[in-house]
Design a protein around this ligand. Structure first.
Ligand code: COA
Length: 376
């Protein structure tokens, strides 16, 4: 049988688009958003400023940033009908599924849903970025029959989310560390969920459909779902001195260790060292480094045995757990942070659209003779 020379399973190594949003330099294990190093953005910027950068292609001046922040604050609420409908979702529903439904619902109430122009998409992107944290907080609290906590417009984006989810403001360095983790999660080139958003809007579908597809794509444990699996692993290991045996048993059974490996980074994920530092800082602030220490032990064993390094989802697990986030909100948090990157990708796709429709290589049977059902 003839085989196609350019078939690549999982599209590995295929350049599927051109982008000015972010760049991974695999050899240097570095990541740039619009030309700025993620290490600078994660330590010196804010999520709001980084979101502006991703959407508009440049950093804002002081007046632009202030105006952007107040537009986001003004858009944090969601329609009462959305709250009513999310309140009917069964208690066993996972927060990521509720978020996927929630963002799709919010789109129905956006008067510009079907305006696909660049300017309307920027306005809708701001609404999506503003509302995602509210949807994540509601998406956990309502199915668990907890009262919604109204957004507060005196708090920045990240701290307001923690307040809406946990009904208390973050203490010490936690607001800043959480904000930094959101910057790190905000964008990552042609990952599976961003690509899903590209595919969806390339049919000239709308931005809410693109983001809904992206949330569904992020959910899987090979992508954003890994941060939840990492925390379940740390809990299952339980004690630092059990980490070695736990990892060796898994590797012996040829099972994957969640939070390690990456399709693009083969010499280490640029984001993981920043998050490892943050995990240490938050545990030292709380005076409780149990989970961080187990994570460091797992890291040592996986590196020694497989030469694999942690990815973005590894140290976020201990950070979020220590901040009191329920495990099922970890992937939704990734999603609400990635909303900025997803929206930037949707807008970039639509600004120079071409329908994404790859080819496949047929490997099935040919020339079969059809017989009516009674004769088979
Ligand atoms: C992210 C991931 C899907 C990238 O995978 P990929 O590019 O398709 O690479 P593969 O899954 O083919 O892995 C290549 C090799 O490394 C091994 N490997 C990759 N990740 C591994 C992990 N987390 N634990 C153990 N082994 C791993 C594979 O078993 C494979 O070994 P083999 O060649 O002996 O079969 C993969 O590393 C993974 O499943 N990681 C765990 C999930 C995760 O953390 N996802 C979040 C990504 S940010």
């Amino acid at each position: 049988m003839e085989t196609s020379s350019n078939y690549s399973p999982g599209l590995e190594g295929i350049v599927a688009g051109r982008t000015t949003i972010s760049e991974i330099d695999e050899a240097r294990s570095s990541l740039m958003f619009r030309g700025y190093d993620i290490r600078d953005l994660a330590t010196k910027s804010t999520y709001e400023e980084t979101a502006f950068l991703l959407l508009n292609g440049r950093l804002p001046d002081a007046a632009e940033l202030a105006a952007f922040e107040s537009r986001l604050k003004a858009e944090r609420g969601v329609p009462g009908e959305v709250i009513d409908l999310l309140g009917k979702i069964p208690a066993h529903a996972h927060s990521m599924d509720v978020l996927r439904t929630g963002i799709s619902l919010v789109g129905l109430f956006d008067p510009e849903e079907w305006d696909g122009s660049h300017d309307a998409n920027i306005r809708k992107a701001e609404r999506i970025i503003a509302k995602m944290p509210t949807l994540v907080a509601l998406g956990y609290r309502l199915p668990h029959r907890m009262k919604p906590v109204e957004p507060r417009d005196d708090l920045p984006h990240a701290a307001n989310f923690l307040y809406m989810l946990l009904d208390k403001e973050p203490d010490g360095p936690k607001g800043r560390i959480f904000d930094s983790s959101m910057i790190i999660y905000a964008e990552h080139e042609y990952n599976a969920s961003s690509f899903a958003a590209h595919v969806t809007v390339s049919t000239l579908s709308d931005i809410y459909s693109g983001i809904t597809a992206a949330v569904g794509t992020l959910k899987g444990p090979l992508h954003g779902g890994a941060n939840e699996e990492v925390m379940k692993m740390l809990i299952d290991i339980g004690e630092g001195d059990k980490a070695e045996k736990w990892v060796m048993d898994r590797l012996g059974r040829k099972e994957k260790i969640m939070g390690f490996g990456h399709r693009v980074y083969k010499h280490g994920d640029s984001r993981a060292p920043i998050l490892k530092e943050a995990s240490k800082e938050v545990c030292e602030f709380d005076g409780y480094c149990h989970w961080h220490e187990i994570a460091v032990k797992v890291e040592e064993v996986v590196k020694r045995e497989k030469g694999l390094l942690p990815n973005v989802d590894f140290f976020t697990a201990s950070i979020y757990y220590l901040m009191g986030l329920p495990i099922e909100t970890f992937t939704p948090v990734f999603a609400m942070a990635r909303a900025a990157g997803w929206c930037a990708h949707v807008i970039e796709q639509l600004d120079d659209n071409r329908l994404i429709r790859p080819a496949s290589e047929y490997v099935g049977q040919r020339g079969l003779v059809y017989k009516p059902v009674g004769e088979r």
